[in-house]
Design a protein around this ligand. Structure first.
Ligand code: UDP
Length: 490
């Protein structure tokens, strides 16, 4: 007689994470990486985005499909009556300061389509992970009965400064214009211009209040960082927030090959193989890479100062100039002349660059960065020290982390924020660029120590993402905590 079959326990259903990025490159790129990380570990990940942003994620979706990962792009329409020019669906497309508020208000209208998507699933999704700014997802998740985590883009160092300043206020230092951020494990001073806090502009008060409230009511936070980089700040942030902080980064390290690196963010302004071939001809750690992220723009006179500074530094360079900065025939002519003078030594990329492919190339030995958290972390994750050149928002505090705490950065020396669309009154010149680049690249005791530290962090970043590493195991726990027997029906 055949033995009686043991009853088979139903396999736990893989959890389904619904990810709602803020449509800005510095937010969507890491959240797309997060989706990939979740899907690689067996979860289902759905990225909810509008058509322009869905088109930019086509490469990510294609790679995931080829790898048979459960990563899908859920397209929802951008609100038609937003008052914005047609087709503007991402912060990097905004060209008028007056369009920021209508843009953020329009995003709130995505609550309906998001709720419809969540309710349409046969099995209720396990968790919504939404950008800190997308406070409108709080009501949706509550109504549908789904836990919600918020993803906060910057470092825990920054977020701790932010929450401490919001809770306790800043302490003015005598009668100077400097303020101490209270409750930090290290001394952190700011000015009114460099103080922490997002959505600080006039007119954004209600949006900011809603974001702070959505932060308070969330079930936890997801941050793109790792324990060995800022363990003290992570621990303090978790206490200050009073809820779990899942540190799962550096997310960028999920992009392991050229195709994945070239698919991030936008259509490349240069063929990736051309950049790689150019870098292949250079000595190890000899090239300085210069890129100010997806948003910051420079007016021509300052663009010229950057270019002359790089030329004067005498170092090989890859310099990324935005299409919006190459605004006139004069600028184009000037850039072509610079390229001719620096032929063989300088490569100018017009438009979107394959940043990860560049940073991971052995020839790149330094990065002049605006200290957007993604750029800074991508540099650290690849063991590349930085010249720190913050422009606005969290970048000034990220600079403090890189320079004062991690010891991997040389400051260019700016102390005040500048306007997003280019500023006529920036306080730097070509000599500052040449000096900072030389300090980073020329060698000597301090430069060697900075490079050594960057390489140690790069190695620790790699280990954090491997089986047994802090971020890998944190992701395991996150997935397990949302893995339900069979999933819940509506
Ligand atoms: N990025 C890129 N190519 C570019 C410019 C930016 O791949 O030419 C990516 C970069 O790798 C990073 C993101 O865009 O992942 C920029 O985010 P960050 O937080 O550094 O700065 P932001 O653009 O938000 O100011």
């Amino acid at each position: 007689m055949a033995p009686m079959a043991e009853p088979v326990a139903a396999a736990p259903a893989p959890p389904h994470f619904v990810i709602v990025p803020l449509p800005a490159q510095g937010h969507t790129i890491p959240m797309a990486d997060l989706a990939r990380l979740l899907a690689e570990r067996g979860a289902r990940a759905s990225l909810v985005v509008t058509p322009v942003n869905a088109a930019r994620l086509r490469g990510v979706a294609g790679l995931a499909a080829r790898a048979k990962l459960r990563l899908e792009i859920v397209e929802v329409p951008f609100p038609a009556d937003s008052g914005l020019p047609p087709g503007v669906e991402n912060v990097d497309q905004i060209t008028d300061y007056g369009h920021f508020l209508p843009f953020f208000l329009a995003l709130k209208e995505l609550a309906g389509p998001l709720e419809a998507y969540l309710r349409a699933q046969a099995v209720r999704p396990s968790c919504v992970i939404s950008d800190w700014s997308n406070s409108w997802t709080a009501g949706v998740a509550r109504r549908v009965g789904i836990p919600r985590l918020f993803f906060h883009g910057p470092s825990c160092f920054y977020s701790l400064c932010d929450i401490n300043a919001a809770t306790h206020g800043l302490q003015q230092q005598d009668d100077t214009e400097r303020y101490l951020v209270p409750g930090m494990p290290v001394r952190v001073e700011v000015t009114m211009g460099t103080r922490p806090g997002f959505l600080n502009s006039a007119g954004f008060e209600a949006l900011k209040d809603a974001a702070m409230e959505a932060m308070r009511t969330a079930d936890g936070a997801v941050v793109n960082t790792f324990t060995d980089l800022e363990d003290e700040f992570i621990a303090c942030y978790e206490v200050a927030l009073g809820k779990p902080v899942w540190t799962l980064g550096p997310f960028c390290l999920c992009n392991r090959d050229d195709d994945a690196m070239a698919s991030r963010g936008n259509k490349l302004g240069i063929d990736q193989s051309a950049v790689t071939a150019w870098l292949d001809a250079m000595d190890t750690d000899s090239v300085i890479y210069v890129n100010f992220g997806s948003l910051a723009r420079k007016v021509p006179k300052y663009l010229y100062e950057v270019g002359h500074g790089l030329e004067d530094s005498g170092k090989p360079f890859v310099w990324v100039v935005k299409e919006s900065e190459v605004s006139t025939p004069e600028v184009q002519e000037w850039l072509s002349a610079l390229e001719a003078r620096a032929a063989g030594r300088g490569l100018v990329v017009r438009g979107w660059a394959p940043q990860l492919a560049i940073l991971s190339h052995r020839a790149v030995g330094g990065f002049v960065t605006h200290c957007g958290w993604n750029s800074l972390l991508e540099s650290v994750a690849h063991g590349v020290p930085v010249v720190t050149w913050p422009h606005f928002s969290d970048q000034f505090l990220n600079e403090r982390l890189a320079v004062d705490v991690l010891g991997v950065g040389v400051p260019i020396g700016v102390t005040a924020p500048v306007l997003l669309f280019g500023d006529e009154a920036m306080r730097f010149g070509r000599a500052d660029v040449a000096r900072a680049v030389s300090a980073l690249m020329d060698g000597g005791e301090e430069a060697d120590e900075r490079r050594r530290r960057a390489k140690v962090y790069g190695e620790k970043a790699r280990r954090a993402m491997e089986k047994g590493g802090s971020s890998y195991e944190s992701l395991t726990q996150l997935i397990q905590s949302f893995t339900l027997q069979g999933g819940k029906q509506h």
